[in-house]
Design a protein around this ligand. Sequence first.
Ligand SMILES: [Fe+2]
Length: 257
Amino acid sequence: MKIMHLSDLHFGTESDGIVDLLKVSIEDIKPELVVVSGDFTQIANNREFKTAQTFMSALSMPVFCVPGNHDIPRFDLWERFFDPYRKYKKYIDENLCPVFENDEVIVAGINSARRVLPHWNWANGAISGAQLDHLERVYGDSKKRRICVFHHPIHQAMNAPLDTVVYGAKQAMARLNEMEVDLVLTGHVHHASVTTIGDVDHRTLYLSASTALSSRLRSQQNGFNVIEVDSERMDIALYAHDGEGFKEIENYSSARI
Ligand SMILES: [Fe+2]
């Protein structure tokens, strides 16, 4: 199963010409599933959401989406508090906690963005016990590979240029390990990293993606990740934009334990 992991598309701030380069990469790589771990837009207006919708509807494979903090209106406070996902549901997906399942994998998404947080920075995130209960029900007793997607990294993304507070992160990491989740896909920090967390019984691989399209770079170029997973192995390739196109720059392999 080949999965392409995109994040932080941030339509409205995309660099010149990069959308076409990303389309070329998707056509070349031919993933069976494209996962987008949130932040489709910059300020969650209709124009940005429509551009995101046009981009995704042109793809020939299924696209799996979760919202990010930028997909909640920032300036329209009425909408932010009373109907924060109205445009996300209209243009991207009605379902904020989607599930994709085939013979090999179960991919489950949850929403880590919040309209308000007990913290000065509402760009941060949270994961609740109820969301973890939902994941446990989705995975059930299946022996398929378990992949989980949400926007905010709950692990300390290696050398990430942005500190992120995620309420419930400690509990989430413990329960994802108990559920024997194989892979967690996140974004938000615009920084690709691979981190393995766990013990001798189970290791969960945490994979962050850079921003695929936005000109608002932090410490890395635009990029995305490609995952090839079967029942025994997981191969991960990090791609970055080198000025001409997206090229593979690093890869990791991990055997199932
Ligand atoms: Fe974000």
